[in-house]
Design a protein around this ligand. Sequence first.
Ligand code: HAM
Length: 417
Amino acid sequence: MAIQAVRGMKDLLPSEAPKWRFIEATAREVFGSFGFSEIRTPILERTELFARSIGEETDIVSKEMYTFEDRSGDSLTMRPEATAGVVRAFLENKLYAVPGPHKLCTIGPMFRHERPQKGRLRQFHQLDCEILDDAGPQGDAELLVMAAHLLERLGVRQVTLVLNSLGCPECRPVFKQQLQDYFAGRQGGLCEDCRRRLATNPLRVLDCKQEGCKEISQGAPLISGSWCESCGEHFDQVKRLLDQSGVTFETDPKLVRGLDYYTRTAFEFKTTQLGAQDAVGGGGRYDGLIEALGGPATPAIGFALGVERLALLLEDRPEWQQGPRLFIAALGEEPRDWAFGVAQELRRAGIWVEMTAQATSLKAQMRRANKLGASQVLILGGEELGAGIAPLKDMANGEQEDLPLDQIVDRLKAAGA
Ligand code: HAM
């Protein structure tokens, strides 16, 4: 049997590529207008980086990473997300030496060994943004406004921003204790993983997908009851700024994220359009991560949107399927040579021109022009070349005009401007 792609890893085919280009180009434009600079980090990182940042007890680290030993015996992992690598690069390259905030964005593939289904792949792509060295609620709000703005520009509707605050090192331990107390008498109903997590990281129990654990979690205490004064105030300010910016949101005191590095604001962009995969994006504040990875104490916040999930929510647009601006149907060797030269000139001006290299009939060439979706066809035989004037046919309405050949480059350039 012919060799097939790895399960959960998909080819991006030419028919889908324009949609992806639109998503990526719009994202770059929006991120640029908010002052984000691009950073590209390697796909492979030391396993330890993800274990220490995302958390040993998370599904990502404990079950989903592509980890292997390389030929030097180092344990390497294909990045399951971008934040850890961006933070590593920030520290390694001492980007913190310049005063912040540092706004960084990156677009690229991530890898998680999950069970593939609609909107869930093993190689998927994220649009990721991070603001490093920014503590204030304005940073949270700015990032969320930007994400909402991007979704709007993409035309992705039916997405709800859901917000929560996960507290800080001052108030989270209180909440942890409350959770431990609550679950202690209900351990029998929890899955094996959660019974283990209970001692180390009880918040993870709230994120468990097992039915039994979900049911018990229903009655668990809410983190909103444990926020310290400054976490409550921070969250209020974020909400106020979002209101001010006209960004609608909901709050959910039960929202916990699948990564352990979050503090305070955590959020997801949710949709009901993708079945079980309800998150188009997610993120939050991670004020302790940079220090935990050996850097200076640096508050930060970020998000990532999934490109595959965005693509599923986007309708195709006719302009993505546009064909060549001009097809030159040349009949005879001399017209073909002339067309070959003019085609290169037009292409240098950025105009998509097609022609057939072989001698074929006018009918065959018109069929090809149609198939490619050409906007206009120039029909050029020896006689037309001699007269210096040839019919230009508009393929949308069938209208034809005679075009002096010495004007063709200027005409198409002008029309393309
Ligand atoms: P995350 O929630 O794990 O967050 O992933 C963000 C988004 O990536 C998800 O909402 C989803 O759209 C997409 N995604 C995740 N896993 C898959 C998958 N298997 N197949 C398809 N799409 C997927 C993070 O990764 C954090 N690093 C976000 C962040 C940045 N937090 C702070 N800064």
